[in-house]
Write a new protein. Structure first.
Length: 104
């Protein structure tokens, strides 16, 4: 990348419908040798089915970059707002949605 490219930066389009986002309170992460698949779902009380609202497919390298970015942002958040507490969960290493190995 030359200096001209670096000054211009990457332009990202965020359409109004995407900007509103989707609420998800549950995620399922699976993987194959070439991809990580993250399904974001919404679990509601009294509803027996969790509706997947969004699926993100990442190359392994991008999944690792996402993990690092999340860790950094959680550290910043906790410095500013305090520790994020997860009820009924023992302290452990980063494995937010379980430790089972998944296959896509």
């Amino acid at each position: 990348m030359n200096e001209k490219d670096n000054k211009q930066g990457l332009q990202i389009e965020l359409t109004p419908d995407v900007a509103q986002g989707e609420y998800a309170n549950f995620a399922i992460i699976t993987h194959s040798s070439s991809d990580f698949v993250i399904d974001f779902a919404r679990v509601l009380p009294g509803v027996p089915k969790a509706a997947v609202k969004s699926r993100v497919i990442l190359a392994p390298e991008h999944a690792k970059r996402l993990l690092a970015a999340l860790q950094e942002n959680i550290m910043r958040y906790e410095r500013e707002f305090g520790l994020i507490k997860i009820p009924n969960q023992e302290p452990r290493t980063i494995a937010p949605f379980g430790t089972n190995k998944g296959e896509a």
